[in-house]
Write a protein that binds this ligand. Structure first.
Ligand code: CP
Ligand code: NVA
Length: 308
């Protein structure tokens, strides 16, 4: 089997704007069927392996429920409960697991780890979050934006907080889908254009002051101050990020109809004020639900290609 021709989803830039247009349209179709209690089971007899090396609520539930709803089944592996935690090489794990299932989702640490897995996998591999990227989340976020406001082309997204996996993925998405990101991070936590895998700096602007980053934004978004794997830095980060809390003043500086998003889990009183995340501009619960609908469309696309 030629593993080079398999379509993986390891970064946001693994798909083109045209492929995203199809997936968003398909996600809307799949969501509508789900809401109407109509069966949609194109993945009958297909199996998804989910490998979690970090904790998860949304990613686990959305992939597992989504796969069952599409007629398939899932296998759930963790580092501790598998030989991954006993240093079996990732390449060997990829060769074995991908002989038994049709699709693999991995949440892990370094992006290089998922790339090595994909290189030796006979089946498509999906990034369920790495230190560098979280493409499934941005897929859901943009779908949620489109549902509420239409096309994201030409819009301005304000990123307030850490230059982390979410920030990197928003930046990749801005290059592919044609919008601008206003990025404001504390000093020492900036995005790195090379790590983010950007072609240029044309689609984003950096602001020292988070309030300025929010000016005129169509969407304001943030994430935890300390991502999984960086817990040892927690205390230093609490000091450094104190002014990077999305509050009502920041939301007032954005467009009057600006949306607020957060991938969750959230810490009220740290990266976001309770009045914002629980307020009228917040779409975080739909954003979380949409993980399942877009991932169903993604899994269908990776396994069956474009239908119709
Ligand atoms: N947003 C997100 O990926 O959530 P989980 O960590 O709960 O999967
Ligand atoms: N940036 C966060 C996202 C959690 C869904 C983390 O990596 O922990």
């Amino acid at each position: 089997m030629n593993t080079k021709t398999i379509k993986h989803y390891l970064q946001f830039n693994d798909l083109t704007a045209a492929e995203y247009a199809y997936i968003f349209e398909r996600a809307a179709f799949i969501k509508k069927k789900f809401k109407a209690y109509e069966k949609h089971q194109p993945l009958a007899d297909r199996t998804l392996a989910m490998i979690f090396e970090k904790a998860s609520t949304r990613t686990r539930v959305s992939f597992e429920a989504g796969m069952y709803q599409m007629g398939g089944s899932v296998v759930h592996l963790t580092t501790d409960g598998s030989q991954l935690g006993r240093a079996e090489p990732i390449e060997d794990s990829a060769k074995v697991i991908s002989r038994m299932v049709d699709l693999v989702m991995i949440r892990t640490y370094e992006q290089t780890k998922i790339e090595r897995f994909a290189e030796h996998s006979r089946v498509p591999v999906i990034n369920g979050l790495t230190n560098e990227f979280h493409p499934c989340q941005i897929l859901a976020d943009i779908f949620t934006y489109i549902e509420h406001r239409g096309s994201i082309l030409g819009k301005t997204i304000a990123w307030v907080g850490d230059g982390n996996n979410m920030a990197n993925t928003w930046l990749q998405a801005s290059e592919i889908l044609g919008f601008t990101v206003h990025v404001s991070t504390p000093s020492g936590y900036e995005v790195d254009q090379d790590i983010a895998g950007l072609r240029s700096s044309d689609s984003y602007k950096v602001f020292k002051d988070p309030m300025q980053a929010c000016a005129g934004a169509d969407l304001v978004t943030t994430d935890v101050w300390t991502s999984m794997g960086y817990e040892a830095e927690n205390e230093a980060r609490k000091t450094a990020f104190a002014d990077w809390c999305v509050d009502q003043d920041m939301m007032r500086n954005a467009k009057p109809d600006a949306l607020f998003m957060h991938c969750l889990p959230a810490h009220r009183g740290e990266e976001v004020a309770a009045e914002v995340i629980d307020g009228p501009q917040s779409v975080v619960w739909e954003e979380a639900e949409n993980r399942m609908h877009v991932q169903k469309a993604l899994m269908e696309y990776l396994l069956l290609g474009q239908i119709n």
